[in-house]
Design a protein. Sequence first.
Length: 571
Amino acid sequence: MSIFSKLFKLFLVVVFLPLIPMLLLLGYYQVHLKDNILDTHANLAEMVATSMTQHIEDLSWRLAFASQVTQALTKKTTPVPVLEEALAANPDFVFLAVLSKDGTEKYRAAMSQKVSEQIASLDFHNDPALAGLTKEPHLLVSSFEVLNGRPISEFLYPLSNGDYLYGVLSFFGFLARVQQQRIGNTGHIYIVDQSGNVYVSDYQYAPAFDVETFERAFASSSPLIKSIKTPHHTYVGAYATTPVLGVHVAVLQLKSEAYRSIYYTNIILALFLLTIATLAYFGALTFAEQLGEPVAALSQAAAQVSKGDFDVQVDPEIGWGEFKRLINDFNQMTVDLKDYQALRLQAQVSELKEQVFRAVAHDLRAPLMGLQGYIYILQNGKDLPEEEKQNYLKLMSEAAQNLSVLLEDVLDVSRLEAGMANVQKCKVDVKNLVREVLDTIRPTAEQKGLTLSTQINTDHIWVDPKVFKRVLTNLVSNAVKFTEKGFVKVVALQEEKSYTVKVEDSGIGLSAQEIKGLFQKYHQVHADKPGYGLGLFISRQLVQAHGGTLEVSSRPGKGSTFIIHVPKEQA
């Protein structure tokens, strides 16, 4: 992930993280705000329910004419004129009647003939309510009912002479006034009975409310109605129960209107948050670009410097503030490092020359002194036997050959370090190549009693035959040199992406510390063994020139395995 992406995400997190508790707080606030709106509906429903209860309780003083009815009955005159006068004075009274002690009707009066005809002759002699009124005289009011589309309630009032005053109280006028009240444009007050049926006056439109939904709402412990659905709309509101009449007063309003202010608030907040998010996004983008560009440039330049490229320079114009100063300091640092590298390189070259000189001089001294000694003997030895002369000449040839090998290795190292190694890959028969290498080294192996074997699982390999033969010869000869008993084995196989050649032995092995410097120039793990410490260095360089790798796996006393991987691509 780039520095720009990291900074951009960091700035977004810093900006948006505080918005999370704000959103949670707004969500919590809106839930309670909805409840507060519904609490307003509940208060109105409670007020209407209280008014209905008060309307019933007001019957006590509205029945003052009951004493006149009692006087008329005591004088054994008809109380009908008193009843008719009471009906005229109280428009809410629809029907009045006098019942005997046993509950049968004695006199009646109605606000109209039609009402009188609709009410049959009264007979309460089997009604247990009369017995209760006899024991404890009080005003008895029935539950809310609908008679011929009119909301009514019946009442019984015991008279002092033992008879009863019966009446029908109409709520039509009261409810008509109540139901004309509105909350907003769609909020109305509804009277609902225990079964969920809605009473509707001539002034009111009642949507097709679900009766079962009302029943569930009334059964809940909360007076708030958070959702009542009709085929076309969803309503919210609250209800209250009248303790006297046993009906519910429901205040309902369209959900869309009741929560309109919340919806508007949500829209405003959404636009506000969207604006903040947009500004935060582009602000973070701009700031991340301004901060990320110089940081990325410095990071990239530092990576190049770490690879040894001290010519890299960062444009100071992309920086600002402290970054510009940092870029200038960085550019100056690269200049200083370049100068320091040049001085250090000179010192290393001088030291390397000295090391090479000492190493080569040491290795050249022995064969040169040998050659000088043999030449002196041959020049001054007058009567040397022919056989002894031939032996000296043979030793001189071996010394010259050793000098040639050493000089060739030194030249190879120079060419490899200069990047002048040139390999020409072609399709090479692996079996023949391995056989030629082993035939060259077999006499030395047989002298030590070693077993040379092969395991060839591929027919060919793409390498430079001359170069690869030299690498393989060096590895096998080293294996024979450091193996006193056991075996030396060459394995060749073809893998998915490369050819693999292994040289395994049962020799003295190497420790982890010895492996670390194994492929360095002029490095000899065992100084008592002949050699110049260049073979493995040259071998690895030649394998790398093929695009491959040369690695070693070894344990002390358990032998070693040198592994060559060469890619399959054809050259």
